[in-house]
Design a protein around this ligand. Structure first.
Ligand SMILES: [Zn+2]
Length: 185
C-alpha cells in the first residue's frame, strides 16, 4: 500500500494512511463521517484487510448510529469559554469522587482540545488530560472518561485487568463507550 489510499470494502469507503504508529486503527471522523484507517509502516496488506473486514460490522453499526443522531452539527461550532468552565466544574466534582472510589490520586488534571481522544493519562507523572469536546457529550460519558483515566493509575494499559477494574465500578461501561464512539482512550 502506498502512503495514502482510498479503497472500498462492502460498500464502505475507507481512507487509509500509513503512519508511524504501533497498531492499526480505525475511526470515523465526526465531521464528515468518513472512515479513516491508520496503518503502521510495517503492517502487510493482507493483515490490514483482514483487520478491516473484522471491523466492518462494527463500523456499519457506529456509522448508522452517527447518521441517526449526527454529532456533526453540534461539533461544527466552537466550544465556548462558558462551556469549558462548565466542563471544568463538572470534572472537578467527579475527580475526587472517583479518586475515592478507586483509591488513587491524580497529580493534576487539565482540559485541552484533543483531536482523536477523550482523555489521556500519563501514568508516570500521574497527570491526566481531558478533552474539551466532552462538554458536548452526556454526563455519563464525561463520568466514564474520568473513571477511565483515573483507573489507568491502577492499571496502565487496556488489558483485561484494566477493564475488570472499570467493570467493577462502572458496570454499564460498554454502553457508554459505544456512545462515545471510540475504540480506546
Ligand atoms: Zn485508556
Amino acid at each position: 500500500m502506498l502512503l495514502k489510499k482510498t479503497f472500498e470494502i462492502e460498500g464502505l469507503q475507507i481512507f487509509a494512511q500509513r503512519k508511524r504508529v504501533k497498531n492499526l486503527r480505525l475511526y470515523i471522523s465526526q465531521k464528515d463521517l468518513q472512515v479513516h484507517l491508520t496503518v503502521p509502516f510495517y503492517a502487510c496488506e493482507k493483515y490490514t484487510l483482514e483487520f478491516v473486514h473484522s471491523k466492518i460490522k462494527w463500523l456499519k453499526k457506529v456509522l448508522e448510529k452517527m447518521k441517526a443522531n449526527p454529532p456533526v452539527l453540534q461539533n461544527l461550532s466552537e466550544i465556548t469559554k462558558e462551556e469549558i468552565e462548565e466542563l471544568r466544574n463538572l470534572i472537578s466534582n467527579m475527580v475526587p469522587l472517583w479518586e475515592f472510589r478507586l483509591g488513587v490520586k491524580a497529580k493534576e488534571w487539565k482540559l485541552r482540545k484533543m483531536k482523536s481522544r477523550w482523555g489521556s493519562c500519563d501514568t508516570r507523572t500521574g497527570k491526566i488530560t481531558f478533552s474539551t469536546g466532552l462538554i458536548r457529550k452526556s454526563l455519563r460519558c464525561i463520568e466514564y472518561v474520568v473513571a477511565h483515566e483515573l483507573a489507568h493509575l491502577i492499571v496502565a494499559d487496556h488489558s483485561k485487568k484494566f477493564y475488570a477494574v472499570i467493570a467493577k465500578h462502572f458496570p454499564y461501561w460498554k454502553e457508554v463507550r459505544r456512545e462515545l464512539n471510540i475504540a480506546s482512550c
